[in-house]
Structure formats: C-alpha cells, structure tokens
Design a protein around this ligand. Structure first.
Ligand code: B12
Ligand code: SF4
Ligand code: SF4
Length: 391
C-alpha cells in the first residue's frame, strides 16, 4: 500500500498540479535575506511584507502544530503573443501570469480540496493553512527546500523543464510526511553554483547574467536581490499612489506586471508550454487608447475575475497614461485631454505628464486651461512640471 505521502502526491497530480514536494517545517533557510531586504527598504510600500516577519521566518509561528510543508507548483501558459506585439508601443503589455482568471481563485480552492483529502485519510478534524501568495510564507524559499526548483539570479523559482512560468501554493499541515530532498548544491568542474533537484534534474544560472542586464529599471540590484521600489511589477500593481516621475520613462509600455527578466532567461525562454491560450491573445495586449477610454463599469466588465482588478481602474489607467507618454504619439493628445478631467486625481496627474512628454500646442493649451480649475495639489504640480517639460 502506498504511503500517505505518496497518496497525497498522487492526488495533487490528479488535481492538475505540475509539481508537488514536501519539506519539514522549521526556520526558512534564507530568512536572513528577507531581513536584509526589509532593512534596505526594498519592499517599498508593501507594508504587509514587513508585518509578521517572525511568522515568515518560521511557519511554526503561524501554526505551532505544523510539521510539514506541502509545496505545489502550477505552470501557466507562457507567452503566446507574437513578438511584434512586444515591439508595438501603442499596445499595453500585461504580464502573462495576469492574462486570465485570477490564480488565487483557481488554486486556493484546490489546496483546500487537497487538505480535505488529507483529513479524510487521517481523520484529522482541524484544517491546514493554505496559501497562494496570501500569507506570511516565503513561498520560493520553501519551494526550493521541497526540491521543486532552484532560485535564479532574477529571484524566480525555476524548474529546468518548465522554466519560471509557475504559480506556487503552500500548505502547512500537522502530519509528519516524508520530506523530499531539498535542492542540493553540487560541485561541477565549472565551479558555478549548480543545483540537483528532488526529481534528479540539474539547474544553474552558470555564468549567465541576462536578467540583470535586461531589467529595464535596474531593479535587480545584484544577483538574487530585487529592489521592488524599482520593479515594474511593483510600480504597476502594488504601488497605490503616483509612479515616481524618474521611473516613468523606464516602464516602456508595460501596464500590469513585467516579464522581462523571465523572457530573457534561457530556462524560461525555451519553455513555452503548449497550454491553450486563455483567450484571444490580442485581448491581453490591448490598445492603450481603448483602455484609457474605459469608465468604471466598462473596466469592471472587461477585467472582472482577473488579477488586474487589484490595480483598480485608477491604477491601471495611471499606468496606461505612462505608457502613452512613452509611446509619444500625438494621436493620443485628444484622449489624454479628456483624461485631464477624469474624476480620479491619480489619472489626471499622469495624463498631464503624458501630455508634457508628447508636447505640441494642443497639449500645452489644454494644460494651461486645466491648471486654474484644478484643486488637487498633486495634479497641479504634475501640470506645472508637464508645462516645464514642454519648455
Ligand atoms: C512581494 C512579492 C513580489 C514583489 C517583490 C518580488 C521579490 N523578488 O521579492 C514584486 C511586486 C516586485 C513581485 C513581482 C513578481 N512576482 Co511576486 N511575490 C511576492 C511575494 C508576495 C513575496 C516575495 C518575497 O518574499 N520577497 C522577499 C524577498 C527577500 O524574497 P525573494 O526575492 O523571494 O528571495 C528569497 C529567496 O530567493 C532566497 N534567497 C535570497 N538570496 C538567495 C541566494 C541564493 C543563492 C539562493 C539559492 C536563495 C536566495 O531568500 C529569499 C527569502 O526567502 C510572493 C508570494 C510569497 N508569499 O512568497 C510572490 C511571488 C514570489 N511572485 C510571483 C510572481 C509570479 C511574480 C512576477 C513574475 C509577476 C509579474 N510577471 O509581474 C514578478 C517577478 C519579479 C521577480 N523577478 O521577482 C510568484 C513567483 C513564482 C516563481 N516561479 O518564482 C510568487 C511565489 C507568487 C505565487 N504564489 O505564485 N512579487
Ligand atoms: S519584473 Fe521587470 S522590472 Fe521587475 S526585476 Fe524583472 S525585469 Fe526588472
Ligand atoms: S537569465 Fe540567466 S542569470 Fe537570470 S535567472 Fe535566468 S539563467 Fe539565471
């Protein structure tokens, strides 16, 4: 008869998870890296990262009776967009993970279902803790400890056959399950840090540093260290307020998340999995002008159930204004002038910036007309700066 651990893993695979591994609970192996990251302020305004650090360092602080950590990985459809789309500045780029139904809604219920299976097998009455990016757990650290993959210099967890196009989920359970061997450093003649995973596969960054040089904003300040305050993913999703002015030109036309450090990675670039695209791919590289025209109901209708709802209309349209400013085509001026009167100050302010970048007499006149009527201090400043930018 298969052991409980084997039955659990078989069940996880049957449920569609691509990777499953187990590790014993204890202090997170790289908890000190988190402390250093927080001390440098690299979390920016993600205050939830600075809360409950003791729990993130050791999951037994979350649930003392936890004995094992079950880590699940699920691949998502990797880029299906034609290369020309990535080069078309009139279209907004949305990170692949956000193209489709929200992964929290898709994965978390299946973790609960997996826990129900465990409870049925063991007769346990209590519930396990199940997280998909939803709790104080260092998911990548535990995934590596459960032997699922290795952490690359871009800080992503990479599996040699699937690349880094993976969602992670974690369950803290009281059962003493059989742990998998963690990703083990091995010594090769090359001398580069190389890992043997639980499934026997080998992974390494070798001498590659492509992600570090390709990052458009210099967010990867060193190998394995990401300063979120500079990361497009943070600036377009997590940051609630204005995008710092000096960062805006670096965002290009990314409007929700960023995939650059994965797209250039040799492990991920070649691992375009043949999952059917969630929808018409062009839906996920929308026209910037079309997006800026979305009112609240249209925004909700278009993005309901997707991770994009996290940014809300005001966050997404803030990003769209920045992308339009970077595109720089005067065709956008009339719609930006309309956005100068949007009810949301965040959108008005970024529309002013985009008008300043594009320039021209129509843009200048619209800014000059908007200034006297503008009540919001942030927007007033953006209008003034935009007018200065136009000389
Ligand atoms: C905060 C956060 C962000 C922040 C900060 C990212 C970061 N690198 O820290 C922002 C908003 C920028 C972000 C962006 C993205 N995120 Co995010 N994010 C998180 C979150 C909530 C916490 C991450 C964290 O703890 N950061 C703190 C730093 C210190 O940790 P870390 O960089 O992961 O580093 C750890 C290890 O690398 C290790 N370590 C440190 N140094 C070294 C050195 C060596 C040699 C080794 C081996 C290990 C090691 O120690 C650290 C602490 O454990 C997790 C979910 C979770 N609860 O874990 C998702 C998560 C990491 N994100 C995820 C995704 C998909 C993304 C994006 C790809 C989305 C996108 N396309 O825009 C980008 C990727 C950007 C990138 N290169 O990381 C996935 C990652 C899946 C994967 N394959 O790795 C996660 C796990 C969510 C999930 N459940 O699927 N994210
Ligand atoms: S997600 Fe984009 S901005 Fe962030 S580290 Fe990777 S390449 Fe840089
Ligand atoms: S791009 Fe190169 S250095 Fe960066 S994670 Fe991939 S293999 Fe490692």
């Amino acid at each position: 008869m298969a052991s409980l651990t084997e039955r659990l893993k078989a069940k996880a695979r049957e449920m569609g998870f691509d990777l499953v591994g187990i590790t014993s609970v204890g202090p997170a192996p790289h908890a000190d890296a988190l402390a250093e990251w927080l001390a440098r302020g690299y979390h920016g305004e993600m205050r939830y990262m600075a809360r409950h650090v003791d729990r993130r360092r050791d999951p037994r602080r979350i649930i003392p009776e936890a004995r094992s950590i079950v880590v699940l990985g699920e691949r998502y459809a990797a880029p299906t967009l034609p290369t020309a789309v990535y080069d078309d500045p009139s279209r907004g780029l949305i990170a692949v993970y956000a193209q489709g139904r929200d992964y929290h809604d898709r994965i978390r219920p299946r973790l609960f279902e997996l826990d129900a299976f465990l409870r049925q097998e063991t007769g346990r009455a209590t519930h396990a803790r199940c997280y998909v990016d939803t709790g104080p757990v260092l998911e990548r650290d535990w995934a590596m400890q459960a032997g699922l993959g290795f952490i690359g210099r871009n800080t992503c967890l990479i599996h040699p056959s699937l690349g880094s196009w993976l969602f992670l989920g974690v369950m803290l359970v009281p059962e003493e399950l059989e742990p998998d061997p963690p990703a083990q450093p091995i010594t090769l003649p090359s001398g580069y840090l190389t890992w043997r995973l639980a499934d026997g596969r080998i992974g390494t960054c070798g001498r590659c540093t492509r992600c570090l040089s390709a990052c458009p904003t210099g967010a990867l300040v060193d190998a394995y260290v990401l300063n979120a305050r500079r990361c497009i993913s943070y600036l377009t999703i997590e940051l609630r307020g204005p995008i710092p002015r000096e960062m805006r030109p670096l965002l290009g036309h990314w409007i929700f998340g960023c995939d650059v450090c994965q797209l250039v990675c040799p492990w991920s670039r070649r691992r375009v999995v043949s999952l059917p695209p969630a929808d018409d791919p062009m839906l996920w590289a929308p026209s910037l002008l079309e997006l800026l025209a979305l009112d609240e109901p249209a925004f909700r209708q278009r993005f309901r159930g997707t991770p994009i709802m996290r940014a809300k209309r005001r966050g997404l349209l803030r990003n769209v204004c920045v992308a339009i400013g970077n595109w720089g085509d005067p065709i956008a001026v009339p719609i930006l002038i309309r956005a100068l009167h949007d009810p949301e100050p965040l959108i008005r302010g970024h529309a002013a910036w985009a008008l300043g970048r594009i320039g021209g007499s129509a843009a200048r006149e619209a800014l000059a007309r908007a200034l006297p009527a503008e009540q919001d201090a942030f927007v007033r400043e953006e209008i003034q700066v935009a007018m200065e930018m136009m000389g």
